[in-house]
Design a protein around this ligand. Structure first.
Ligand SMILES: [Zn+2]
Length: 57
């Protein structure tokens, strides 16, 4: 099993653990799977921006 080091108590704990079983340190959740939604909103916003500019040309 893969392990990671707890930044709070420096113990080796399971890599998939969301919090340390020794000191109850909570690991920050990395929202990697939602990154594409941010890009989608960003692209939609840029398209809307260009659409607004096109009206004035
Ligand atoms: Zn810990």
């Amino acid at each position: 099993m893969k392990t990671k080091e707890c930044p709070s108590c420096a113990m080796e704990i399971p890599k998939n653990a969301e919090e340390c079983p020794i000191c109850n340190y909570e690991f920050p959740v990395q929202p990697k799977s939602h990154a594409w939604i941010i890009w989608l909103v960003l692209i939609a916003f840029v398209l809307m921006l260009f659409g607004g500019i096109a009206r004035f040309l």
